[in-house]
Write a protein that binds this ligand. Structure first.
Ligand SMILES: [Zn+2]
Length: 328
């Protein structure tokens, strides 16, 4: 992960963070605010790396120095994490952390607090944190994460820089990918695939998506018309492209959006993840009932759950294709 991959779904907040890093103008406290599922936590830890990295290039941490590595493995002495104990974050927890910071004879002047569900801080915990931040003893940065900005104290909000994370619409994401030079068909599908991290770790994400989507299109066609071939294609091609579990989750999403497109086509929607396949989708939709397609989507979702529960991937994919074929 890097700022670029985070920027794919969060262009505005990430641009702001990069700007403050490059200009060396960080506030005492950030509040990362946004609904559940937005990458606030990932951004906070990437910011921690950028804050402490000894080889930072512009805004980007190197990922290789001891500081970056210790943050990655979750045991950097100058990165402190606070989470609610029970229903709230209490003053004693904040004080305990501040003591630990002092005892550790810190390696540098710079330290960072990451506070989960900051809206659960009691008033005295929040005041204790803020007082500590404002003491002029070197550079301390707090990053408060919250899904509910309006539950935070006004005194906290007014002394922090609030960064809003918003869930992007698929069209906005597709536009972003196209602005990065990706073709329309890749961008349209990529916008729907949730695992941006899996994708951005590929050497050539766009090429990987193109090959993957071709295989998914081929398999859905075989499921429909040539079921005697589908298990061979799965074995020889599909499983050689979608190799580990993260890959296969992405591959299953590609299936899911194929069948969703089929349903959309049937219902007359035009916002598709496979916009170049309209003709085939229309043909296939003629042969399907809505209920059947919904059932096929459910089969894919079930496969995703089983994959997450460690079922053998090959077995799981074979079962899925057979179920999809029953529904064809
Ligand atoms: Zn580094």
């Amino acid at each position: 992960m890097n700022w670029n991959s985070l920027q794919a779904t969060q262009p505005v907040p990430i641009q702001l963070l990069k700007g403050s890093l490059v200009k060396e103008k960080l506030p005492h406290a950030f509040i990362f605010e946004g609904e559940e599922g937005t990458p606030k936590e990932e951004a906070a830890f990437h910011l921690a790396k950028a804050f402490l990295c000894i080889n930072r290039q512009e805004a980007e941490p190197c990922q290789e120095c001891p500081e970056c590595r210790r943050i990655e493995s979750g045991n950097h002495p100058d990165v402190m994490v606070i989470r609610p104990e029970g229903l709230s974050i209490k003053k004693a927890q904040v004080e305990q952390l501040q003591k630990e910071f002092t005892y550790k004879g810190m390696e540098s002047e710079q330290k960072i607090y990451i506070v989960y569900q900051a809206d659960t801080m009691t008033a005295s915990a929040a005041n204790s944190l803020l007082k500590f931040l404002e003491e002029p003893d070197g550079e301390t940065l707090a990053v408060l994460l919250t899904d509910n900005l309006h539950f935070l104290l006004d005194t906290v909000i007014s002394r922090s820089q609030v960064i809003h994370f918003s869930a992007l619409q698929e069209e906005e994401k597709a536009e972003y990918f196209m602005s990065q030079g990706e073709g329309e068909t890749v961008a349209a599908l990529r916008a729907y695939l949730a695992s941006e991290e899996t994708l951005s770790n590929k050497e050539e994400p766009a090429a990987w998506i193109v090959q993957g989507r071709t295989l998914v299109i081929q398999l859905t066609e075989e499921v429909w018309k040539r079921p005697q071939q589908m298990l061979l294609t799965l074995q020889d091609k599909w499983l050689n492209h979608f190799i580990d579990r993260d890959d296969i989750q992405v591959g299953l999403d590609m299936f899911l959006y194929w069948y969703r497109d089929l349903l959309y086509t049937k219902l007359g929607h035009t916002k598709l993840a496979y916009p170049d396949q309209v003709e085939r989708l229309q043909k296939e939709a003629l042969y399907r009932k809505e209920q059947t397609i919904a059932w096929q989507m459910e089969a894919v979702l079930e496969a995703k759950r089983q994959l997450a529960a460690n079922v053998n991937p090959q077995l799981l994919m074979e079962r899925l294709l057979l179920r999809l074929q029953e529904g064809s």
